[in-house]
Design a binder for this molecule. Sequence first.
Ligand code: SAM
Length: 248
Amino acid sequence: GATLYVVATPIGNVGDISLRALNVLTISDAVACEDTRNTSQLLARYGLSKPLLAAHEHNEREAAEKLITRLQQGERIALVSDAGTPAVSDPGARIVDAVRAAGLRVVPLPGASAALAALSACGLVNDRFHFIGFLPTKSKQREAMLESLRHETSTLVFYEAPHRIVETVAALAAIFEPTRQIVLARELTKLFEEIHRCPLAEAPAWLQADPHRQKGEFVLVVEGAPSAADDASAEAERVLKILLAECP
Ligand code: SAM
């Protein structure tokens, strides 16, 4: 009965839908989506056609009320965004909040997430990550935010659109230590997927070297700040070297 299913959809490769997601989409009475055209095309690829309800950034509150009414009548509704996991740098959180507040059941169907795909293939060894998503578009606010993250030791994860990638990577290289590693993951799961890792200092030149490298959607993964423990052991090593040099 009455359930809101929060369904992850592919971030490029249509094969990245789960069997469970297909089952839930099949049994749902309606699909609430960010963009009805986009979602009807996606459903058609799986041979599905469902009543679609628009639930985007600008109507989330009203959409939530309508969804709640339908759920209270016992419907099963799937909530999707254009790509990846709803409510993560995407609309959906307000709807989930309202549906939960109304005492109705919310069930997540995990699947593609650009952030986790990039993290899983970046090779930066750290058990902790800090998900930032999109940085502010105004340069002053963007710099202030990056400044506030300078001492964060967790791996940092950003989302970026192609028209701002050059600017954002320049800002990262200007604010964080140039020796930190960055992983630029573009077009994940798509034909021109590319995952490039280099020191931050080299990233702006790498992007400039080929205009293709600036195309598509990006996840940027940046190594965290050296931890205080690392600093302490680096200092111990420095002192030890001096002492050893003095030893007969
Ligand atoms: N909810 C989505 C998720 O869970 O991944 C994210 C949606 S957000 C509006 C779109 C951003 O996600 C893009 O600008 C890009 O930073 C990232 N993204 C989405 N698909 C991607 C892909 N195939 N490769 C790299 N980044 C991607």
